[in-house]
Ligand binder design. Structure first.
Ligand code: TXE
Length: 475
């Protein structure tokens, strides 16, 4: 797969830039190359290329034609899953199995949005005699996509996929820590026949390329996934031009385990939702709430699993890889220094390179629900187990943070499942599972500090369009 690691992709062409950033392998802590340090000039050129694409072939493409290009991109991704997974594993430090799942998900997003492109309808609205009223769903225009380093391929699939399906032209600013699959994706798009300018990719620093993108007057919609602080800044910048934003900002998601839960089926979900991608997942489940009568049992069973977790290089494909950077490792270690009793810890394997950014997964107990470890997003392989006495207390603890991304309920009691599904403050609630396998069909997003707007599923298509009402008076 040919692409320029040191370049930016604008108007269908790889372009050189004057400044570069180091490219690091988190598994070794070693620099393995350089990436472009795009800035305001490159963002401006990318926005103009996207505008030109909208006035040209891409803007004239029918919905079915857009769908066919996306489907073709999906097929190429599916053929290159191994190559893309290898790139992502090295760039993000993600164990190969998990990187492969991300590449498969990218292919599936493109298949899904390719198929959906010509199925987004307006409506006809009954009105006064002598009028015909209908609605049109139109693209915003040029959409900006600022994405993080934790799931580049999945986030590209769900945001760029939906934006292209609805006829927008995209400017994508991947994270400075991991941009290789975004660049590879640009090459795949070109190969599939996506017209020049419909997708532009500009790697660079957040404060430079990212800020320039959020503030650019040519951008008509911004899709941002990342931290709360930057999300706020992006929303403020977009507000200058009254531009809508979708914010996906992470969480402190609980799994609530009642005494009647089927623990055998719950255990894998309880642990995996905390350690997948070394806990660097917006929808990570970092709080496990357990009804007191089974608290000790759940803690002990989770502790057994933690003790078996191995941490090592992404290519070795163990359960847990490194964190993305020395900075992220220091942040997680800062949290861990704040206390809690260690119920169990995973093990960094002996041959893990000493300069890699490894943190042993840690299962914590002995802290209250108001402790920072139980309230703040840690973004590392850390889970806290908290007891509760009854349903009221479970809801109070579960809803007791400022976030609201995901929650799950483990119980065999159907009435309780329905009650809690309504009462839990979260963008998605899972019953007797966690994440539902990440299906692309499922709308996804948060409430509170977790953000607003929905990506994934058919729902995302509404967010990437603006509704026009047409009222014709014909007498
Ligand atoms: O995120 P940033 P960071 C959370 C998680 C993590 C913390 C910090 O808690 O520990 O954020 O991670 C771009 N204008 N999440 O520092 O800085 C940046 O270049 C415009 C949750 O990596 O928010 C990157 O492309 N853009 C999360 C993207 O924003 C700016 C995923 C995210 O980086 C910018 C990642 C600016 N001023 C972190 N500054 C999730 N929801 O999954 C940075 N960026």
């Amino acid at each position: 797969m040919e692409f320029d690691r040191r370049g930016v992709f604008i108007d269908g062409v790889w372009q050189g830039v004057s400044a570069h950033l180091p490219l690091e392998d988190p598994s070794t802590g070693q620099q393995i190359g350089e990436i472009a340090r795009g800035g305001a000039a490159e963002i401006d050129a990318a926005v103009h290329a996207a505008e030109a694409a909208l006035s040209g072939d891409w803007g004239r493409a029918t919905a079915a034609e857009r769908g066919r290009v996306l489907a073709c991109m999906g097929r190429i991704v599916a053929e290159r899953v191994e190559e893309l997974a290898a790139l992502e594993a090295q760039d993000v430090g993600k164990p190969l199995t998990q990187a492969r799942a991300d590449a498969v998900a990218l292919a599936r997003y493109l298949e899904f949005y390719g198929g959906a492109a010509d199925k987004l309808h307006g409506a006809t609205i009954p009105y006064l005699d002598g009028y015909t009223v209908y609605t049109l769903r139109e693209p915003h225009g040029v959409t900006g996509h600022i994405i993080p380093w934790n799931y580049p391929m999945q986030i590209i699939g769900r945001s760029v996929g939906a934006a292209l399906a609805t006829g927008n032209a995209c400017v994508l600013k991947p994270a400075e820590q991991a941009c290789l699959t975004a660049l590879a994706f640009a090459a795949i798009a070109a190969e599939a026949g996506l017209p020049a300018g419909a997708l532009n990719v500009v790697p660079g620093l957040g404060a430079e390329a990212g800020a320039a993108l959020a503030a650019h007057p040519g951008i008509r919609h911004v899709s941002f996934t990342g931290s709360v602080g930057v999300g706020r800044a992006v929303q403020c910048a977009a507000a200058e031009h009254i531009v809508p934003v979708t914010l996906e900002l992470g969480g402190k998601s609980p799994q609530v385990v009642f005494a009647d839960a089927d623990l055998e089926s719950a255990l894998t979900f309880l642990v995996n939702a905390g350690i997948q991608n070394a806990g660097q997942t917006c929808s990570a489940s970092s709080r496990i709430l357990v009804e007191r009568s089974r608290h000790d049992e759940v803690l002990a069973r989770m502790a057994e699993r933690y003790a078996a977790l191995r941490v090592g290089r992404a290519v070795d494909d163990l359960e847990v890889g490194p964190l993305i950077s020395a900075k992220q490792k220091a942040a997680v270690e800062g949290f861990l220094a704040q206390g809690g009793e260690v119920a169990a810890e995973g093990r960094i394997v002996d041959d893990a390179p000493t300069q890699g950014h490894y943190v042993a997964p840690r299962l914590l107990t002995g802290i209250g629900p108001d402790h920072p470890l139980a309230r703040d997003e840690i973004f590392g392989p850390v889970q806290v187990v908290l007891p509760f006495d009854d349903e009221e207390e479970a809801v109070a603890i579960a809803n007791g943070t400022d976030y609201g991304l995901v929650a799950s309920i483990w119980s065999e009691n159907g009435a309780r499942q329905m009650r809690l599904a309504k009462r839990l403050r979260a963008g998605q609630v899972f019953i007797n599972n966690y994440g539902a396998g990440g299906g692309v069909e499922l709308p996804f997003g948060g409430t509170g500090l977790s953000g607003h707007g929905r990506e994934k599923g058919f729902e995302a298509l509404y967010g990437f369009t603006t509704l026009k009402t047409v009222a014709a008076r014909h007498g």
